[in-house]
Design a protein around this ligand. Structure first.
Ligand code: FAD
Ligand code: DHB
Length: 393
């Protein structure tokens, strides 16, 4: 089998890239290790930057996001028993939409299927071959599907296979420089049947640790709180979860979060990671395959989308104009936004979480920083520009 662009992974990066290339008349095949049901039901991110929404709308993928997603013009920072608003739209002219990642995945899969796009689920034994830069190299992806060994020949291989995929590791270690920071805490996430506790997201800093109140729909809420990454979800009874969330988020004026039936619990670890370069010969990496951010800044999905935007422009220039320059500078272009988001996510994480090395002095510094970003218009604007993704890079 042959295609122009062989894509590994049907996450947001791989599916969106395949669809954008299709709209520009470029063929691709997407190979995914999991089942369609699996990728459409894994609960992950929820916040879409305006640029992500614009791209989905331009690609004709925005109808359900507009109908079911919630446009938010601000969020709140809670600390010292009070809440202070960051007025995103007033400060930046941009908003965010809360719309679950697995709903984006459903919209993307439906669009690929409607366009007769080649999308293979449940593939295994994926390996990458002959992607060096020489003109006569013919990149190939070997894989197993429906009990048969298959081979896909292509012009380019794009690794969109997330942090645990095979693509990044196919680039020789000697050519790669990896940067990593592992945080000694994780996020405990719950889905709750309840009305929203608040009109906007709340990021809370408390001496007991961080908490985040988000939403999914008028009847389903998403909440997170900082936990030990080695903890297990079963060790937390519903009562214990609510007690912890109340302690961290409720404010001194008597306002409380609204409880409900918890129907999903999970724990995720947190790290910052960047692997460079994001390309090697005719292999390119996009999204979590190349970089990870801690979820505090809500950047991961949006970064995957911004990589795909850069890569789509580069591949289009190659196929339509025979131009190689944008492909050659892909890493350099993409990394500017990646490092901006890495810094922002690390900074938000440090400002809001209980850190192992936090002395009482450093705890007061966190509060001083929160006071600053919620009272100085310049500091609030810098935070807001990073959060909505309109910051200059
Ligand atoms: P993935 O979504 O990981 O997709 C990779 C795909 O490749 C997967 O489907 C996988 O099965 C497949 N694959 C892996 N290996 C192979 C293989 N060998 N062969 C074939 N297929 C393979 N980001 C935000 O922007 N906003 C948020 O609010 C946010 N919140 C988050 C909250 C949580 C709790 C978590 C865990 C993450 C959050 N993120 C958030 C991050 C976001 O979910 C990821 O950054 C995003 O999924 C990256 O997309 P991707 O397409 O690069 O990778
Ligand atoms: C959600 C996740 C995030 O990482 C974040 O910063 C805000 C919201 C969410 O899942 O709703």
């Amino acid at each position: 089998m042959r295609t122009q662009v062989g894509i590994i992974g049907a996450g947001p990066a791989g599916l969106l890239l395949s669809h954008l290339l299709h709209l520009r008349g470029i063929d691709s095949v997407v190979l995914e290790a999991r089942s369609q049901n699996d990728i459409e039901s894994t609960i992950r991110a929820g916040v879409l930057e305006q640029g992500t929404m614009d791209l989905l709308n331009e690609a004709g993928l925005g109808a359900r996001m507009q109908a079911e997603g919630a446009l938010h013009h601000g969020f709140e920072l809670a600390f010292e028993g009070q809440r202070r608003r960051i007025a995103l739209t007033e400060l930046t002219g941009h908003a965010i939409t809360v719309y679950a990642q697995h709903e984006v995945i459903k919209d993307l899969v439906a669009a690929r299927i409607a366009a007769d796009g080649a999308l293979k689920f449940d593939v295994s034994n994926v390996s990458l071959h002959d992607f060096d830069a020489s003109a006569d190299a013919k990149p190939r992806i070997k894989y197993r599907h429906e009990d048969r060994d298959e081979e896909l020949e292509c012009d380019f291989i794009i690794g969109c296979d997330g942090s645990q995929g095979v693509a990044r590791g196919s680039i020789p270690a000697a050519l790669r420089q990896d940067y990593q920071k592992v945080y000694p805490f994780g996020w405990f996430g719950i889905l709750v049947e309840a009305p929203p506790s608040s009109d906007e997201l709340i990021y809370a800093r408390h001496d007991r640790g961080f908490a985040l109140i988000s939403t999914r729909s008028p009847g389903v809420q998403r909440m997170y709180f900082q936990c030990d990454p080695k903890d297990t979800a079963d060790a937390w009874s519903d009562d214990r979860i609510w007690a912890e969330l109340h302690a961290r988020v409720d404010t001194a004026d008597g306002w409380q979060i609204t409880e409900g039936k918890i129907f999903q619990k999970n724990i995720v670890g947190m790290r910052s990671f960047v692997s460079t370069p994001m390309q090697c010969g005719k292999l390119f990496l996009a999204g979590d395959a190349a970089h990870i951010v801690p979820p505090t800044g809500a950047k991961g999905l949006n970064l995957a989308v911004s990589d795909v935007k850069v890569l789509t422009a580069a591949l289009t220039a190659f196929y339509k104009e025979g131009a190689n320059d944008k492909l050659a500078s892909y890493t350099e272009t993409a990394l500017k936004r990646v490092w901006r988001a890495e810094h922002f996510s690390w900074w938000m994480t440090r400002m809001l979480h209980k850190l192992d090395d936090t002395s009482p002095f450093e705890q007061r510094l966190q509060v001083a920083e929160l006071e600053h970003v919620t009272t100085s218009r310049a500091a609030a604007t810098a935070l807001a520009e990073n959060y909505v993704g309109s910051v200059a890079v």
